[in-house]
Design a protein around this ligand. Structure first.
Ligand SMILES: O=C(O)CCC(=O)C(=O)O
Ligand SMILES: [Fe+2]
Length: 331
């Protein structure tokens, strides 16, 4: 299947945004402007354990998103990760197309551009690369970029680091629910928890006020750890308003995803977010999604449900949750 890549469109130096990218009026950034200058919760991971439990659970109840520093991931690894991703997108088209995915046939991993069969539907101004990074037994290294040659080593190392951070956050979040630190991790499949990398690449856009890089959505994940470059664009929806998320070099942005909202029976909020694009500069972000294996049953933790606190969500496999979400069916 021949797909027009957004990166190629951007190279043609068009002045008018092609119609398939023009959002309906109410979705356009020009008609739904975000509040700027509000700082998201910022949490240093080097604080005492009890302080961390309080701060992180508060951020997850109120915002569903927070920034962490002192996470132990070295700035040089972060820089290498960003470099190998940038280098992949600089490769000639025929090289990149070898990795093309095809979501219509269930082939989600690889190089992609969000396209639609529905003529009325609008598409996002984005190209991406998506693949599983963990557990190793399920990883298909054949579909990872072979160029640059350090891609695999750097991405494997980053995966290990993120997994360490996610494990710590799950422990803190469990305690924030008044439970043993191990509960959330084991509810997500324990060592079978899955990690996926999505490199988002948003080329310069001729009319960014009419377009979206990523439409408003909540992540299906348990937690997402996001590393953006310095081009602004991420916004979250809270109390009926959009807020621009501030950027802090080398900080990790953590989103609460749908699976943690469900397990916590709604105490922790899966945050609605979107990303905007830029007229002059390429925005990139590296999202690492942690998620249960497909067959895992996910529902409100029994410890949190009683007569006074009925379950707010149904219990189902993660595969069923994904199927319903992809097909925009009620959960
Ligand atoms: O690029 C961003 O800041 C957000 C991307 C995102 O929300 C996603 O990949 O799920
Ligand atoms: Fe997202």
């Amino acid at each position: 299947m021949e797909v027009m890549r957004v990166q190629d469109l951007a190279k043609e130096s068009i002045h008018e945004l092609p119609a398939q990218f023009v959002r309906p009026a109410h979705e356009r950034p020009e008609n739904s402007q975000a509040i700027e200058g509000v700082k998201m919760p910022l949490i240093s991971m080097s604080q005492p354990h009890d302080v961390l439990v309080d701060e992180i659970s508060k951020a997850c109840c109120e915002w569903g998103l927070f920034l962490i520093t002192d996470h132990g991931i070295s700035p040089s690894l972060i820089q290498e990760l960003q470099e190998v991703g940038q280098e992949f997108f600089k490769l000639p088209n025929e090289e990149k197309e070898r990795y093309a995915n095809d979501p219509s046939t269930g082939k989600f991993e690889g190089y992609g551009t969000k396209m639609t069969k529905n003529l009325d539907a609008k598409v996002e101004w984005i190209d991406y690369f998506f693949h599983l990074t963990y557990p190793t037994a399920k990883v298909n290294y054949d579909i990872w970029p072979k160029k640059p040659s350090s891609y695999r080593k750097v991405t494997d190392e980053y995966n290990s680091e993120i997994l360490r951070v996610i494990n710590k956050l799950l422990e803190l979040l469990s305690e924030g629910l008044g439970l043993d630190g191990k509960v959330l991790k084991s509810s997500l499949g324990g060592e079978d928890i899955e990690m996926e990398m999505k490199i988002n690449m948003y080329p310069p856009c001729p009319q960014p006020e009419l377009a979206l890089g990523v439409e408003p959505h909540t992540d299906m994940s348990a937690l997402t750890a996001l590393l953006p470059n310095d081009v602004p664009g991420l916004q979250i929806f809270k109390d009926g308003k959009w807020f621009a998320v501030n950027y802090l070099p080398d900080a990790l942005l953590v989103h609460v995803g749908d699976q943690i909202e469900v397990l916590s029976n709604g105490k922790y909020k899966s945050v609605l977010h979107r990303s905007l694009v830029n007229r002059e500069r390429t925005r990139m972000s590296w999202a690492m999604f942690s998620a249960p294996p497909h067959e895992k049953m996910i529902g409100p933790l029994p410890e949190l449900v009683d007569d006074k606190n009925p379950a707010k969500y149904s219990t189902k496999t993660f595969a069923e949750f994904r199927h319903r979400k992809f097909n925009k069916l009620p959960q």
